[in-house]
Design a protein around this ligand. Sequence first.
Ligand code: GLY
Ligand code: MN
Ligand code: MN
Length: 479
Amino acid sequence: MNPPTELMTDLTPAIDIYRQRRARVLDALRATGGGVAIVPTAPEVLRNRDADYPYRHDSYFYYLTGFTEPEAMLVLDARAKQNEPAAILFCRAKSAERETWEGFRFGPDAAREAFGFDAAFSFDEIDAQLPRIIADKPALHYALGSSEALDGKVRHWLDAVRAQGRSGIVAPAAVHDLMPLLDDMRLVKDEHELSIMRRAAAISAQAHRRAMAACRPGVREYELEAELLYTFRKHGAQAPAYGSIVAAGANACVLHYPAGDAVAQDGDLILIDAACELDGYASDITRTFPANGRFTPAQREIYDIVLAAQQAAIDATRAGVSFDAPHQAAVRVLAQGLLDTGILKRDLFAGVEDVIAERAYTRFYMHRTGHWLGMDVHDAGDYRERGVSADESGAQPWRTLKPGMTLTIEPGLYIRAADDVPEKYWNIGIRIEDDAIVTATGCELITRDVPVDADQIEALMQQAQPGQQAQPAHEAGAA
Ligand code: GLY
Ligand code: MN
Ligand code: MN
């Protein structure tokens, strides 16, 4: 059976991209003496009894293959001779019986052709083929120490080669971690990746608009989550990129709160941190909005501080600056806001520098302002420069941003009830998160199809719920 036509059509333009990535890995391995790289995809994972979790391929494997079936492995032989295959796929064999139950699978022959490998074998042949491929090669490269199962298999294949030592066959004498090379490649996105990420971001933004429009006092968190999930799937995204956070009222102060069954009360803020994965790429958006469509003055005060912090971080995001620069810019605005509102006591600090030096803001802002974004929501890539001498603090310097790097910009403030904090701010948790592609002169925000300005959020909600009577701001209770 041939692969379904629509799959072939979609894949054709991408084949060269994956092939070029494999060629880059092979070139990099050759430059350091050659050897064989091994990249397996993710295992299937049992959820309960005989039901699996929805299958998700391994991101590194997908980055180099575009292949999404389970039970697959890529082998790149940087010492292959002219007439030998350098890019080899192992994948599930065709099976009329299994395909009746589980659906289409490519099988080695069609996979080799459709995905542009030099050779492909059935997954069942791995233990027979691997010792042959790695024999007489100087080194192995794989995700060293990341999985006991993989470490065990590598040892098994090495043992099989060593057992042939008396025939003059030599086993690889070195094993290297392949991940730093792949991490660096994944960190800077190409146009193919950026176009998928823009589409994922647009779907997620639309999901946030829908949730805002559906919100009113009395709605439960899971009902808003349902609006998000509906929109993701409606537009073809395969899954949420991470567990959706839908937090009403004080729940917004719990950073990883999963959508539960709490009822949004009149006067509550709702924090939603949720976004889809599309074609293997994540998006990541947070918006915070009032359940009744109108911010209270205290909520608005904090909201505008967080928004100003985000703008400062956006303004600090461009090629050539440190990864830490947006965070420092956001922290300064948040620290000043905490002093201005009296949430941090002005008489205890000489000024904003003092708040920053003492890290007093971390009681209300305890996470960083961003992370790499890509195939994984917290994407691959070092945050510090490698091979550069440490700075005066003893740490390696932060990474310098380059065009094509993609990151989130997500400051927040989380104010729990406490005697030393003005009561009007209690239980306000606000985060605002957008996704940015670094450019030479600044950054491209790809998640702004959902409003971020407080007036625009209120306008969207009023338009969606024209009959809803929000309490006038001066009557609304503290959140
Ligand atoms: N949604 C995960 C994060 O914002 O880091
Ligand atoms: Mn994030
Ligand atoms: Mn997020």
